[in-house]
Design a protein around this ligand. Sequence first.
Ligand code: PMV
Length: 329
Amino acid sequence: MKATAIANANIALVKYWGKRNKELILPQNGSISMTCDEMTAKTTVEFSDKYKEHTVVINDEEFKKDEKDIHGHIDRICKLAGIKQHARVVSESNFPVAAGLASSASGFAALTVAATAAAGLKLSPKKLSILTRQGSGSACRSIFGGFVEWHRGKKQDGSDSYAESIVDKKYWPDFRMITTIVEVKKKPVSSRAGMSQTVETCPYYEGWLKTVDEDLKLIREGIKERNFEKVAQTAEFNCLKMHATMMTTKPSIIYWIPATMEIIHAIHKMREEGIPAYFTIDAGPNVKVLCLKKYEKEINKRLQKLDGVIKTMVCKPGNDAKIIDDHLF
Ligand code: PMV
């Protein structure tokens, strides 16, 4: 009753921001992401009578129950499998956790794949995605590699709100996402709390929702046509619209720090010089830079020279989440 899985993080090109059902984690809008090959979580789960409660260790630190409710997600899987034992979960992530770098996406995807396998469940990728979504919304996209769409769905039970591959990682191998780390601290407002506050208090939230379907259409088309400008321009605009809703909540949420702005201006400057670089930012200060392989080295070099940049990670379209043999304990 032990299994290990690895999953890549994913970065949204059209963002999920706001729930219509907090229990089942059903989104207000659909979203599209790229799964990032260099950002990985590896998780081993064992169910056994020898454990008296669930224990969760992430990057060598014991993880207590918190609003992310990893323990609750393990209970959900136990219930589905009809097992009474408790779990030991050990997870390693090769990038900072809870800093707006989609660590919960790779983490919950790896946990769900490993825990269901350890519990003896055999679920289709669609069912895995639905189950993962109930742990952390954006994580449902990390079940798949390449470019992925999470359908909003309409049903109240969430059975039509799942992620699906648009194209696999081989379709557009030249696409790059350069994750630029400017801060590794835990963010002050979690995405869970931030999106809930936005839905409740932002006067522009309706405006955000009205424009998302058009962004989804453009990005879906852009990916299929391998049209970089179409995808990257739409993604940057979508990110700015999302941050505009965050900034105009009560109290306002501003995830950006000076280094975030430094990168934004550097990207604008690159574009003026004819280098096609665009950005997207999640619920945190770190910036992900979109570009093509041809410009990767030049853009990465310029990013690394900026004062506020601690580290960059160059990602290509990544893999489906999968079971591996190499256990962590
Ligand atoms: O799934 P969560 O609770 O980690 O929220 C993710 C929110 C964003 O990263 C800002 C957008 C997204 O679609 O990934």
